[in-house]
Design a protein around this ligand. Structure first.
Ligand code: MF3
Ligand code: CO
Length: 249
């Protein structure tokens, strides 16, 4: 069942998601060659706690950290570590969740560090634009499949692949609520979006094929062909006019 949030609930989601957005801005400023992903995790945790919230992912299904940091061929759910050092030329995805006043916020960005190959910059750009394509479709009365299809169509036109093993999701008092939001599908199919639905839309895109493998740590998803991958995510609320992006600073 897809919950419809009232305006008070939406404002609570916005407050949680805004903290996520601010944390992503800070991470973008702090990331540089030589920093460990553990240090970035510490920075994110402090920011979230200073803002009065709790890390949304920490302890979720046993996840050990505040952040997911997924570098290059890592798609999502990279676990921060003191041994993992960011290098010049990396593309780094940060996925952040927060919990404030009983509601979650969830958003992700991918940033290019230093001198990144043009094809990898293109991947980051296409992934970001694919999220914008999805957001441009979101509106009360459209089918969920219209949103999914917009992502897939745009990514494939650019010769890249969407990852099918992970999806976006509804969000609210739980991090993952109905509906599941695939980054592929058919226009005109799926549930009808209604005003007050709160969604985390998150395209994950690979330069090669979209097949993934989970590493031995049980979390880190990498592209099976080793191709680079990028990820962007926003928490949004469906409105009669379109979509209200909650995870913006
Ligand atoms: N944005 C991701 C998601 O919605 C992050 C979850 S990581 C986890 O699935 F650790 F919390 F699982
Ligand atoms: Co999410």
């Amino acid at each position: 069942m897809v919950e419809i949030k009232n305006s008070e609930e939406v404002e609570r989601l916005r407050a949680a998601a805004k903290i996520v957005a601010k944390t992503l801005v800070l991470l973008k400023e702090e990331v540089c060659p030589g920093i460990s992903t553990e240090e970035l995790d510490r920075i994110a945790r402090k920011k979230i706690e200073d803002e009065g919230a709790k890390p949304g992912f920490l302890g979720y299904r046993g996840y050990p950290s505040t952040l997911c940091v997924s570098i290059n061929e890592e798609v999502v759910h990279g676990i921060p570590s003191s041994e993992r050092i960011i290098k010049d030329g990396d593309i780094v995805s940060f996925d952040v969740g927060s919990l404030l006043n009983g509601f979650y916020g969830d958003a992700a960005i991918t940033v290019a560090v230093g001198k990144v190959k043009p094809e990898h910059l293109k991947l980051v750009d296409v992934t970001k634009k694919s999220l914008n394509k999805a957001l441009a479709v979101v509106k009360a009365g459209v089918h969920l499949g219209d949103v999914s299809h917009a992502v897939e169509k745009f990514v494939e036109k650019e010769g890249m692949s969407v990852v099918k093993d992970f999806t976006g999701h509804g969000i609210g008092r739980r991090l993952h609520e109905d509906p599941s939001i695939p980054n592929y599908g058919f226009a005109g199919k799926g549930i009808l979006l209604r005003s007050g639905m709160t969604l985390a839309i998150e395209p994950m895109v690979c330069l090669g094929k979209g097949d993934i493998t989970i590493k031995k740590d049980g979390w880190t998803a990498v592209s099976s062909d080793g191709s680079y991958s990028a990820h962007f995510e926003h928490t949004v609320c469906v409105t009669d006019l379109g979509c209200d992006i909650l995870s913006e600073v």
